[in-house]
Design a protein around this ligand. Structure first.
Ligand code: NAI
Length: 505
């Protein structure tokens, strides 16, 4: 274990939302912390704020009063940068501006010991670039906390081209000792989370733009079928569309306009209108007084369904069978290609083809496609779509079957990959490319997406659960359907599938 010694002094620069949170984390872990801000009085104010926050935790019985007292005693405002000269680790959380951060690092280098680690909490600037021109770039590293720092477990430990591996190891172990969940990442645009999460927003925005369904239905599907804490529209309303669009644009530009990261016109229009989300009172949803939250649209059927035929292995959908039989549906099994037959209807998991195209390609009558669920045994909602020549009666049979098993059923227009499958396939694709490009290990990427943005399952583990072949085919079909590079499958998915291996190996 190479964590910073508990006696080592930590300095935090910038007493805003992030700096104050980071100072609290380091002080609670037992370090003496100096907090500096170039706005007079800001550091002392932030420490008062932390003291009040900790007092609330004491009141709630979540912190013992002695711990609060000793934590607050370890926090000292610094009047000048010079007062930070004894620090073993400096973490800067000042304004997100390359020139200003570089200037600060030059000052710190002249001031602090040669062994002092200079860490930046930047979310979007290159660590390599921040360190360039310094005498000791090997000591410069990213320590990317998430907001609010005292609550969010994830810390991305970001190495630039010159960062010494031992420095990254020390910071990793230190973050762990502070009770955080660190991951290693190479300094590349968006690091892990801000890159791999792009498709989560992008695919919902695209589905909305192409008339798949309304926001409330798409959000409900990501939550209730996908197991995500929030759908993309409610989440971007919370983040702020200006902020979310700016991150997308910065990643898009940094990857030289790679269409995989293309910003959305739908979101741009909200920004242009000043509908920035909750903070402005309106975004995709209306937060003004008296406004009502729209409800997801649902299909209902009064058809009677008592039996269905299961043809072949349903793969990731297999747990659905237990649920159907528990709801009293009689199941008959026979060989086949992983389909359910309900009366005249055929029900199959989407593979990224349009329903109408698949019905024609595979000669399937009355085809209804079902979306991916995180867990078919407990999901409360599921999406379906159907081929143009599917009869209303056949569709109603499927709706009745799913209703009987306890699902709310939401209809989507016939778009490739439906909502959850397409989102997860694209998240896994981005994660795979990040592994391929050596940004981070598969395990760290999955961990980062669960600890940093609360995904219910790491995208790569999810791709394994769906099956690499099915994930890959979904992407291939999306790419064919749209004719766009955006959906090109990562070489790592292709290679791992061809080798019969696993992404986590
Ligand atoms: P903020 O605006 O709340 O706080 C920045 C603080 O730095 C202010 O108090 C300001 O007076 C001070 N400051 C500015 N220039 C300074 C200088 N040259 N020397 C000393 N103090 C200076 O900003 P926030 O949100 O805390 O962000 C800080 C950093 O953390 C940025 O690099 C940002 O990209 C990053 N970050 C922000 C997250 C967020 O959700 N807000 C999440 C993760 C990283």
């Amino acid at each position: 274990m190479s964590a910073l010694h508990i006696e080592a002094q930590v300095a935090v620069i910038g007493a805003g939302a992030m700096g104050a949170g980071i100072a609290q984390v380091a002080a609670q872990a037992g370090h003496a912390v100096r907090l500096y801000d170039n706005r007079p009085g800001a550091a002392a104010q932030a420490i008062d704020g932390i003291a009040r926050q900790l007092a609330r935790l004491v009141d709630k019985g979540k912190l013992n009063p002695c711990e609060r007292e000793s934590t607050v005693a370890r926090l000292q405002p610094a009047e000048s940068l010079e007062a930070l000269a004894d620090a073993a680790l400096v973490i800067e959380a000042i304004v997100e501006d390359l020139d200003i951060k570089q200037q600060l690092l030059r000052q710190l280098e002249a001031l602090c010991a040669e062994t002092c680690i200079l860490a930046s909490n930047t979310s979007s600037l290159s660590i390599t670039r921040l360190a360039a021109g310094l005498a000791r770039p090997e000591r410069v590293i990213g320590m990317h906390f998430f907001n609010p720092a005292p609550l969010m477990a994830l810390v991305e430990v970001v190495s630039g081209l010159a960062t010494e591996p031992a420095v990254a190891d020390t910071l990793y172990d230190t973050a762990k000792a502070w009770g955080k969940q660190p991951v290693h990442a190479r300094s590349t645009p968006g690091f892990i989370v801000n890159r791999v999460a792009r498709p989560f927003y992008a695919e919902s925005l695209r589905l909305l733009q192409e008339g798949a369904a309304d926001c409330a239905s798409l959000d409900a599907l990501l939550r209730e079928a996908g197991g995500f804490r929030m759908g993309a529209f409610e989440l971007t309303d919370l983040i702020g569309h200006d902020v979310n669009d700016a991150v997308t644009c910065s990643v898009f530009d940094a990857y030289y306009g790679d269409l995989r990261f293309q910003p959305s016109q739908v979101q741009k229009e909200l920004v242009a209108a000043g509908r920035l989300g909750r903070k402005s009172g309106q975004g995709f949803y209306d937060y003004r007084e008296g406004a009502e939250r729209p409800q997801p649209a649902e299909l209902r059927s009064s058809a009677e369904v008592t039996r269905c035929v299961v043809e072949g292995d349903l793969g990731v959908m297999q747990p659905l069978l237990q649920r159907l039989s528990a709801s009293g549906v009689e199941l008959t099994r026979r060989a086949g290609q992983g389909l359910l037959r309900i009366g005249d209807a055929t029900l199959a998991l989407s593979d990224g083809r349009l329903a109408s195209q698949r019905a024609r390609d595979d000669g399937l009558q009355n085809l209804v496609l079902i979306d991916l669920a995180l867990d078919y045994s407990s999901a409360t909602r599921i999406a379906i779509t159907w081929a143009r020549n599917t009869t209303i009666e056949a569709r109603d049979q499927v709706v009745a079957l799913l209703q009987r098993a306890g699902f709310n059923v939401s209809a989507l227009a016939d778009l490739p990959g439906l909502a959850v499958l397409r989102t997860v396939a694209m998240l896994a694709n981005e994660a795979a490319d990040a592994v391929l490009q050596g940004v981070a290990s598969a395990a760290d990427i999955d961990l980062a997406m669960c600890a940093g943005v609360n995904y219910p399952l790491g995208p790569l583990a999810w791709a394994e659960r769906i099956g690499l072949a099915h994930t890959l085919h979904t992407l291939e079909h999306l790419q064919q359907a749209y004719g766009e590079e955006r959906y090109r499958p990562s070489l790592l998915l292709r290679r791992t599938h061809a080798e019969g291996g696993r992404l986590h190996d």
